[in-house]
Design a binder for this molecule. Structure first.
Ligand code: MN
Length: 435
């Protein structure tokens, strides 16, 4: 089944010239939502839409819309998009369509939109939602197997992995929008040959290359979200760096899972790419015949046919020395979300399968996305084999894990011949020395 509409037409161009650049993030086929204000101002943060190198100020432009699109734009006027996320696909699509029509070349409304554009270069961002709950999944079997082998050589993949979309409940207060800086975490660690732990700065700070899934309409306590309906509960996706202190994690994680190794900082990209914008990049979700097939509540013809998302991922590093020498960033690895063991929709349906009530603006992390190719690894833990094989950078520096002054930049995008590039924008953060 195809659910493409006029907003996906690859031939559409925008009167915002930068939206038509071949290598840009935000063509008129993308139209992602975020929360912004003019940099350094005391304006209120409010909802915006990225087009080329500009932002449509949705609160200011809302008089240009009618019907459901006008209601949706009004819901974007506040400092978070939770109300808009709660409205559901009919409203999301109505606003997307109205914006697509107003921003395309030759649009009669172009002159009326023009005064409501803010250059992205002059903007700063806030979290797009008040994130009530953050749940982080573990949906790459390649990551789970490699990491499992390091932590438990005799038992790398737990028997439940092939049946249950594994996750832990994370913390939302320490999710920050791209561009932030944070202090290296301090905590208890214990070397394998030590008799007692010590307390101090983490020596094994790592990133995790993930996508974040923003929940749209929630479900009431005790109700479930059938897999067939899961996609109407997904507002959109962002890039997510689930920072992790591996030495703290190794000592604390049994028996109840990650705690202080994970809750000091997570970074998200400012823009949320809607599920509708990703429609041309849906692809079959497959489970090899040699593996256990999902239980019925996690299986559907639609998920098999179009449950996976073809989203390219990369992680880059810029050290303080590279910055000082003008050498810029270096790509550490790449990947693609289509290799995930569980689809975004299976994760959401599973989360609600016990009657847990999801709420608009909740964030689900996909888990570190490593692929079948050994170079597609989503963490330093895998890239350096637990620190045993450091990588050498163009500056001559080496890295086993992330050091103070390092900036990690993650990106995601969808690319296909004949279709404009759908970019997610940067998800960047810099590590400061422990205090
Ligand atoms: Mn994670």
């Amino acid at each position: 089944m195809t659910r493409l509409n006029e907003t996906h037409d690859p031939k559409l161009r925008s009167w915002v010239a930068a939206a038509n650049a071949a290598d840009g993030n935000f063509p008129i086929q993308n139209l992602p939502f975020g929360v912004f204000r003019r940099k350094g101002s005391d304006e209120p943060f409010r909802g915006g839409l990225a087009i080329g190198d500009q932002i449509v100020d949705l609160a200011a432009a809302r008089a240009l819309f009618e019907g459901a699109a006008a209601e949706a734009a009004a819901a974007c006027a506040g400092s978070t998009l939770n109300t808009f996320m709660a409205m559901g696909p009919r409203y999301w699509s109505a606003l997307r369509l109205a914006l697509s029509r107003g921003l395309r070349e030759g649009a009669p409304q172009a002159a009326k939109f023009q005064p409501h554009l803010v250059p992205q270069a002059l903007a700063e961002y806030a979290l797009a939602a008040a994130i009530g709950d953050f749940t982080d999944f573990y949906a790459s079997v390649h990551h789970a197997t490699t990491v499992g082998r390091m932590f438990r050589p005799d038992n790398p993949l737990m028997p439940n992995y092939r049946w249950v979309p594994i996750a832990y409940h994370g913390r939302s207060s320490s999710i920050f929008v791209s561009g932030h800086r944070f202090y290296r975490p301090v905590g208890q660690t214990k070397a394998p040959d030590a008799t007692a732990p010590t307390f101090g700065p983490s020596k094994r700070l790592d990133y995790e290359l993930e996508l974040g899934i923003f929940v749209g309409p929630g479900n009431t306590p005790g109700s479930r979200v059938p897999l067939e309906e899961a996609e109407s509960h997904v507002f959109g996706l962002c890039v997510l760096n689930d920072w992790s202190a591996r030495d703290i994690q190794a000592w604390e994680y049994q028996p109840l899972g990650p705690f202080l190794a994970k809750n000091f900082a997570s970074t998200v990209s400012p823009w949320i790419v809607t599920l509708e914008a990703l429609e041309p990049f849906r692809c079959p979700w497959t489970r090899d015949a040699s593996e256990p097939q999902p239980l019925p509540y996690l299986d559907s013809p639609d998920n098999r046919e179009r449950g996976a998302l073809d989203v390219e991922l990369e992680v880059c590093l810029e050290t303080a020395k590279a910055r000082a020498q003008g050498k810029g960033e270096m790509r550490l690895s790449q990947g693609n979300f289509r290799h995930a063991y569980w689809s975004a929709f299976q994760m959401l349906a599973h989360h609600a399968s016990n009657g847990c009530n999801l709420q608009p603006g909740d964030l689900l992390g996909t888990g570190t996305q490593s692929g079948p190719d050994p170079k597609d690894v989503g963490s330093m833990l895998e890239l350096t084999s637990g620190g045993k094989s450091p990588v050498t950078l163009p500056t001559g520096e080496t890295r086993s894990f992330i050091e103070d002054g390092d900036t990690v930049i993650m990106r995601a995008w969808c690319a296909r011949p004949g279709y404009p590039r759908i970019g997610f924008g940067d998800c960047a953060a810099t590590v400061e020395p422990a205090v």
